[in-house]
Design a binder for this molecule. Structure first.
Ligand code: NAP
Ligand code: GLV
Length: 320
């Protein structure tokens, strides 16, 4: 009997069709709406293989309700949506997509730095709405990027790729991790800082840690207050790392100058979220890895994981 493969989002036919030779493929049918959690609870009970996206919360409870489940393939590098400890305890493999999205996501983080610093969205909206009716000397004046100091919290694959991009902008790069990266420090010429020191001295602070118990809420009112009044915070990592209410207050009260985020605690972010009302906040809809080529590579990696499971080989891209 073929293993039941449940795909929780609508993926392109050219990726899904070939799998039908090997598995009993069942797929969420609509692009416009993601699979509701109640449906996920139901399908996980049938699945031997489940192909998830980062909005799918695969909790211990769900894992323990899934008698046939053997492998969870997550269409993302981040896997905070999956209780990996519970999966491991139950002998279930979890796979993800590291590496193939590194450059694309670093490009997006740098784009968000430029966009936020130069007030691109705010000023473009004024043109589009017909409200650009005079030229003023400080009108839409932003912050320089060239020659400024960038602090990266979470200097992993994407953090390093971002640091590399700043060379042409003559930026001074410092970073904070739990472990120092001496080889990379030498290769790229960046240096290590304790978290508070990094926050105090940087013009741009960019987050690239995973969301874990340790990083959850890591940037709150205390940390924002340490930052320069002229500083910009960029979050392309995960929403839960920043305390959103504290960020709202910091932006509204000029504690920091601006912020940009590709990720939110709740996604899609509700349109009445207070952050969205601020002119010094730039919001993107979780598009860090969203280029056609990169999304294809991510899907191909998940297919490799699935096929290695079906062919009873060593599982590719497993994290546990
Ligand atoms: P990675 O290579 O594993 O890098 C993560 C870095 O975070 C590591 O260097 C790690 O170093 C550091 N870190 C972990 N816990 C920390 C802590 N408590 N304090 C300080 N540093 C900590 O991962 P990656 O591929 O660069 O991806 C990073 C994250 O970006 C993903 O987990 C994902 O959530 C997010 N992401 C978002 C998008 C998007 O579309 N917006 C796209 C891709 C990735 P130490 O272990 O030494 O601390
Ligand atoms: C996207 O957010 C990812 O983790 O790949």
């Amino acid at each position: 009997m073929q293993p039941v493969l449940w795909i929780t989002s609508k993926l392109p036919a050219e990726v899904v069709e070939p799998l039908k030779t090997w598995a009993d493929v069942r797929q969420w049918p609509t692009l416009e709406e993601n699979m509701p959690h109640e449906k996920l609870k139901e399908v996980i009970q049938e699945a031997e293989i489940i192909w998830t996206i980062m909005g799918d919360e695969v909790s211990r409870e769900l894992i323990e309700s899934a008698p046939n489940l053997k492998i969870i393939c997550n269409l993302a590098v981040g896997f905070n949506n999956i209780d990996v400890e519970a999966a491991t305890e139950h002998g279930i493999i979890v796979t993800n997509t590291p590496g193939v999205l590194t450059d694309t996501t670093a490009d997006l983080a740098f784009t968000l730095m430029l966009t936020t610093a130069r007030r691109i969205v705010e000023s473009s909206n004024k043109v589009l709405s017909g409200e650009w009716n005079y030229w003023g000397v400080n009108q839409f004046a932003g912050m320089d990027i060239f020659g400024k100091k960038l602090g990266i919290i979470g200097m992993g694959r994407i953090g390093e790729a971002l640091a590399y991009r700043t060379k042409g902008f003559n930026m001074d790069v410092v970073y904070h991790n739990r472990n120092r990266k001496l080889e990379a420090e030498e290769k790229y010429g960046f240096s290590y800082r304790e978290l508070d020191d990094l926050l105090k001295e940087c013009d741009f602070v960019v987050l690239f840690t995973p969301l874990t118990e340790e990083t959850k809420g890591m940037i709150g009112a205390r940390e924002l207050a340490l930052m320069k009044k002229t500083a910009i915070l960029i979050n392309v990592a995960r929403g839960g790392i920043v305390q959103e209410q504290a960020l709202y207050e910091a932006l509204k009260n000029d504690v920091i100058w601006a912020a940009g985020a590709d990720v939110f605690e709740k996604e899609p972010v509700p349109v009445d979220h207070p952050l969205l009302s601020l002119p010094n906040f730039v919001a993107l809809p979780h598009i860090g890895s969203a280029t056609l080529a990169t999304r294809r590579k991510m899907m191909d990696m998940n297919v490799e994981s699935i096929m290695s499971y079906i062919e009873k080989e060593e599982i590719k891209h497993s994290i546990n």
